[in-house]
Design a protein around this ligand. Structure first.
Ligand code: AP5
Length: 236
């Protein structure tokens, strides 16, 4: 059993391996960044890695953009190859938060295989449940820093200076897939594909549902509470 520790202070939660699941705009990226900092975990976002590949014009980026711009999933084989390479990096050993992967049952099964080969497993899956009107409001107002990736919102989390990142002074931009038509496609794909992954973790008794319509601070406190409960519980 891991010893418990004070919420928000890095310690016994180190090396936790957490998945954040949830629809587009539920707040996975926002919460993953805070959680990674508080618990000193590595944040792995498949969406961020794909967007970096697109902006660098890599072969993967050229293949992925066609799907991303329509709000479709990038084919499993491309994303799992990319994730396998990411798992070769040593920072994964300090524990991680996966954001945006898995998106379907095939990816969930592949993830377990990748982890098994490295003597690792997932500790906890947090499902951030958000309603459609909230999702649309969040995504149509989202701003992202082009330099450090920090996430803002025109109304919910506005930057101090217009279109300038509070953290690094980089310029903010709107993601190309945050147009209403593309958001609706992403939501439809999410509804169709994600059910299998959710059931997969429900069967493993690893899934925890949280109301992600709540304000960001409430959501992060609830996630931290889950990690503390997990670390206090007996492990078999
Ligand atoms: P990805 O980047 O993963 O996008 P997504 O899953 O659609 O999720 P988002 O990043 O849009 O939302 P989020 O939940 O992180 O919300 P955020 O925290 O930013 O993927 C993009 C594309 O890449 C996919 O469509 C697909 O093509 C491809 N892809 C990625 N992974 C793949 C995979 N595994 N397989 C195949 N293809 C893949 O918050 C949103 C806004 O709300 C922000 O402005 C934020 O400030 C605000 N906000 C957040 N929380 C709150 C709150 N509690 N209260 C008020 N405002 C809030």
């Amino acid at each position: 059993m891991k010893a418990s520790s004070v919420p928000g202070v890095s310690g016994a939660e180190d090396k936790m391996r957490i998945i954040l699941l949830g629809p587009p705009g539920a707040g996975k990226g926002t919460q993953a960044k805070v959680l990674a900092e508080k618990l000193k975990l590595t944040h792995i976002s498949t969406g961020d890695i794909l967007r970096q590949n697109v902006s660098k014009g890599t072969q993967l980026g050229k293949q992925a953009i066609e799907f991303m711009s329509k709000g479709l999933l990038v084919p499993d084989e491309l994303v799992t190859k990319m994730l396998t390479q990411r798992f070769e990096q040593p920072d994964v050993r300090q524990g991680f938060i996966l954001d945006g992967f898995p998106r379907n049952i095939r990816q969930a099964q592949t993830l377990d295989e990748i982890l098994k080969q490295r003597n690792m497993s997932i500790d906890m899956v947090v499902y951030l449940d958000a309603s459609e009107p909230v999702i649309i409001q969040r995504l149509t107002g989202r701003l992202v820093c082009s330099a450090c990736g920090a996430i803002f919102h025109t109304k919910n989390m506005p930057p101090k200076k217009d279109m300038i990142c509070d953290n690094c002074g980089g310029s903010l931009y709107q993601r190309a897939d945050d147009q209403v038509k593309t958001i609706k496609n992403r939501l439809a794909v999410y509804q169709k594909e994600s059910a299998g992954a959710i059931q997969y973790y429900e069967k493993q008794k690893k899934l925890h549902r949280l109301d992600a319509d709540e304000e960001a601070e409430t959501v992060i406190n609830n996630i931290i509470h889950l990690t503390v409960q997990y670390n206090d519980s007996p492990k078999v």
